[in-house]
Each structure stands twice: as C-alpha cells, then as structure tokens.
Design a protein around this ligand. Structure first.
Ligand SMILES: *Cc1c(COP(=O)(O)O)cnc(C)c1O
Length: 563
C-alpha cells in the first residue's frame, strides 16, 4: 500500500495539528492551517514529503454561542476510517513505564498535477491499550500538562518509529513548532558513539549528526507560550525508555524541559515565520541563528470559486505558479468587481441563513476572524462606541466576526461575550454579526466575501498571521496593525492600510489611528472612488497573493533548509 511513497527519500513534516480538510477537525487554528497549506503546496509541486500528526479523533471542539454570548464547547468526533486507510504497522512507546501501542492512518493529499503526499495520523485508540491510553490521541490541545506530554511522546517518538516501521526513508525531520521536539531525542538514541571511543564524562550521543537532520520552525514570540514540563513529571511519564535526564537537562533547560530549547539545540536550521518574528526570536534566544521564511497560504484552497475562474481565464498557470498573479493589471476592473460581488453575496446569504440578519451588499463589510484571545484584541475597534457610531452614521459600514477561544482561555471567552454586548449596544447604527464555529470553509467565505480584512494584534505577538494573505487571493485589502507578515505586505494606500506604527510600546495610539484611517481614508475611498478602490484590490492580488503563498514558502524551505 505504501510502496508508492517509500521509493524516494522524503522530508518528514511533524505538526501537532494539520488542517487536512474542513470536515476533518484535526486543527485548532493558524498553526494547523499553515501545516495543511505547506503539505498541499508540496503536493502541487511534487516535493517528496510525508506529514506526521495525531489522529485527534475527538477533534478540537465544536463551538456554539448561547443567548448571552457565552461559548459552549461540544466534542467533534470524526472517524478516520471514512477518510484514510489503516497502515499495516504498529509501534510501541513507553509512557509511565508501560508500553503504549501506536497505530497510524494514512491520509492522501492529492496535488493538482499528480503529486501526492501521505500524512500519518497517529492513533493510540487500539484494543491492546488501556482505556486511559486509548484516549491519548483523542483531544487536540485537551486536558492537562501530563496529557500533553503523553501526546508529545506519541507524536515525536512514536512518529519516528512509525515512519521507520512503514519503510519510509527520511532525508530531514521538520518540526513545525516545538510540540514534536522529542523526535530529536529518539534520533539521538539512534546516533550513539560506541562506548570504546568515549572519554569519561563525554556524552554518548552524536548530537551533530542529529542536528544535521533536523529543522525547527518556531511560531511563539513569548516565553510563556512555549511548552514546558517539570522534570519530575518528565521522569514519571517519559522516564525509563530513552535518554537519561542528565542529558535531557543539558539540551532542554536546567529547571524545566523546554521543548523550544530542545528543538533549538538539536536543529541545524531554525526559522521564524516572518522577518520581524525572526528578529524577535533572535532576541529571545541569543546565540542561535534564526532565519526568516515568511509564511504563505495555499492558492487553490484560499481562492473563492469566482476569483479562481477569473484567474483560470486570464492567468491560467496561477495554481502552479502564483507569481503569475502579478499580471492582474491585464484584467478589466469590471471582472474583478463582479467576482468580488459574487463572493460577497455568497457570504451575505450565509449570514442570512445562519443568523437571520440581512446585511446590505451596497455597504462595505469589515471582517475580523481569528483565535479569540487577548493579544489579538478583537475588542480594539469597540474602544470608543460613541466615536465608532459617529463614523458609521456618516459613512455606514458593517462588521462580521468569528473565532473560537481555547476552552481554558477565560479571557478569550470573556472577549466573545464582550463582542456580543457591543453588537447589541451598537444596534442598527453599526450592524455587527458574530458567526459561530470558525473553520476552513467559514474562513474562505469571510476572507473572500468582506470588503476589508481587519487585524489589530498587540505588537510583536502576531508571529505572522495568515488570514490576511488568504484575503489577498480574493482581492480583499487589509487594514491592520503593522506586525507579522503585514510589515512586509503593507504598501500604504496601495495594498491596504496600516494601523499605528511599527514600534511596540505605543499601543494607545492604535485605536486613534484605526478610527482616523476608517473615517478619512478607507470609507471615503470605498464610497467616492470606485476605480481607486478596485486598484487597491488589484494590488492586493498582484503584489501580495503573488508573494505570500505557500508555493513560494515551500520552495524556500526546499532550497534553504531541506537540500
Ligand atoms: C487561516 C485560519 C486561521 C489563522 O488566521 P490568522 O490570521 O493567522 O490568525 C485560524 N483559523 C482558521 C479556521 C483559519 O482558516
């Protein structure tokens, strides 16, 4: 069954979450969508890769919002047997000094030109395991730290063993975030010096050999966001099988096992996901070389059917070579506007069907959808309701929002309640709609159907952000704080608009600037200069979609990290 994949050496791409398809809930947000887009572009370009992730049979969670704006979390079970084929191998890992069996499902990502990438979905839900162990691969980002460590043993250690068990030959191991860093421990065990050659006190592990196999992409610009485990827990859960703790301490930190440290110390190539993020990472991790490969999104996945048809007609190779979108100037304005109008109508129909709200297609819509958490500041635009109301009364606009808060993020859940409160307070003066259950399909409908994509994170915490890139594929400009990718994508007034300046530390100005841009620049352009507006739309396509795509991103990984 796997021989079609095992004849060529592959890059193994490890990620705790991978967004494979809308109806497979093995992702929580941006990290998983990026992983899926990376592998989809690799499939389109026939780059030999293999994905490794967890089956997450209970998904992340299904989101409902009650009458008070409170988030309700329901399990989202899925059946891997309906989407993937069971692999023949089983491997064992040690957890709490007992043996836990790991199986795998093979999901196929088919590229547009015949390429295909297998993704292994690791699964401990096997009859030979105890009831408790069968749940290890069920809940994406679920339960507590001990549960997380068990998942990371399955992902990192189990993943390497499964690749070997299935006969894969691996050229490099790419860790998408630190969750899979235990894979390098497993590799250390396979790269030992013979005892005879060792001087007393010398490490038995050939770390340089392991480093030359490993690539680490960091995504977290704050220390607190990184996975860290107490060593007594590490000993209780991971002890007994692989490395001695003295060796682990040298590589992963003295006080606690820090997965980011471990990955940094055992990877020859390390990168951040945008230029600014790489700079921030260099300050956080002095002494490590941190490269920058700015993220991108998968062209076909994130382009509405209306723009895809237009591109197919006018720039027919764009799916394979999105750089062709620089030729958007050849496309008549009316065709761009028509494609957008169709996507907008589709979104408005969805809003009407799901909420009963009839938004007005003649008025501009601003979209804001992402993980609901404090640093993303979804409430920034509501800072001064009187001012906001005054702006909307003169030049009416509408706002659509969506996003899930992690079940343990009380602050994020509170923000969702606040948004509902503000929507009620604003009433008819500024229609605000919150759509439940943010997923890939809703994301596509939003980034293609709104007129402006809004993003107001607290600098420098948005490592990259990718939803604004998706919007660019649909001719939708961003109005965004200068952080992450937007520092590279924003040409003021040409591809969209900046909120505030690029420096962290003067956040208080952001909301003043946001209101001023809305009132004096963005809304007047929309209402008074349609040709000028369409020109901005075209530049988002020609200057940003052509650049911030996952084809360009994976080609850079290939030439700078993999080969
Ligand atoms: C693209 C996407 C994200 C990430 O968006 P950001 O702009 O990086 O926050 C999160 N969730 C879903 C469902 C997405 O499609």
């Amino acid at each position: 069954m796997l021989h079609e994949f095992t004849g060529v050496k592959r890059i193994a791409y490890f990620s705790m979450e991978i967004a494979l398809a809308n109806d497979i809930p093995t992702y929580a947000g941006g990290l998983g969508v990026l992983a899926g887009d990376t592998l989809r572009s690799a499939a389109d370009l026939s780059l030999p890769m293999v994905g490794v992730t967890l089956a997450s049979r209970a998904g992340y969670f299904q989101q409902k919002i009650d009458g008070m704006g409170r988030q309700i979390e329901l399990p989202e079970m899925w059946d891997p047997a309906l989407h993937a084929r069971q692999a023949a191998a089983k491997v064992a890992v040690q957890i709490e000094r007992r043996r836990v069996w790991v199986g795998a499902w093979v999901y196929r990502i088919e590229g547009l030109t015949g390429g295909c990438i297998p993704v292994l979905l690791l699964d401990t839900d096997l009859p030979e395991n105890s009831v408790e162990d069968r749940e290890i691969t069920h809940f994406l980002y679920g339960k507590d730290a001990a549960y997380r460590l068990k998942q990371e043993i399955v992902l990192g250690v189990g993943g390497v063993r499964m690749l070997q068990g299935l006969g894969f030959e691996i050229r490099k191991y790419h860790q998408n975030e630190g969750h899979s860093a235990l894979l390098a421990m497993e590799l250390l065990n396979r790269h030992k010096y013979s005892q005879r050659d060792l001087r007393p006190g010398e490490s038995p592990y050939d770390a340089p050999a392991v480093r030359s196999l490993c690539i680490f992409t960091t995504h977290t610009p704050v220390e607190a966001g990184q996975d860290q485990f107490d060593y007594d827990m590490v000993d209780r859960i991971a002890g007994g099988d692989f490395l001695e703790l003295t060796e682990v301490r040298k590589l992963a930190g003295d006080d606690r096992l820090n997965m980011t440290r471990l990955a940094l110390n055992l990877s020859d190539y390390v990168n951040g996901v945008a230029k600014r993020h790489a700079e921030v990472s260099r300050h956080m991790f002095p002494g490590y070389e941190v490269h920058a490969i700015t993220n991108g999104v998968h062209p076909h996945t994130w382009t509405s059917e209306y723009f895809a048809a237009l591109y197919d007609n006018m720039m027919s190779g764009w799916r394979h070579e999105p750089e062709q979108l620089v030729r958007i100037e050849h496309v008549p304005n009316q065709l761009v506007w028509d494609a957008h109008t169709n996507a907008k109508q589709r979104l408005l129909n969805r809003v009407l069907d799901t909420t009963g709200c009839a938004l007005d297609p003649a008025k501009p819509i601003f979209g804001f959808a992402r993980r609901m958490t404090a640093y993303k500041r979804p409430d920034l635009i509501f800072s001064d309701l009187e001012r906001l109301r005054a702006i909307a009364k003169k030049q009416p606009f509408q706002l659509i929002m969506a996003g899930k808060a992690h079940p343990n993020d009380e602050g994020g859940k509170h923000l969702i309640e606040q948004l509902h409160l503000h929507a009620r307070e604003l009433g008819e003066d500024l229609p605000v709609v919150f759509l439940q259950g943010y997923d890939m399909h809703l994301s596509l409908d939003l980034v293609s159907g709104v007129d402006v994509w809004l993003n107001t994170p607290l600098r420098p915490l948005e490592a990259s952000g990718t939803s604004g890139m998706k919007a660019a594929f649909n001719g939708v400009p961003s109005l965004s704080v200068l952080d992450g990718w937007w520092l590279e994508g924003c040409v003021e007034g040409v591809t969209g608009w900046a909120v505030g300046n690029a420096q962290a530390g003067n956040e208080s100005n952001d909301v003043v600037d946001l209101y001023a841009k809305l009132e004096n620049v963005v809304l007047p352009l929309y209402y008074n200069d349609r040709a000028g507006w369409i020109s901005v739309m075209k530049h988002t396509i020609g200057k940003n979609a052509s650049l911030f795509n996952a084809h360009r991103m994976i080609r850079r990984y290939a030439t700078e990290a993999y080969l």
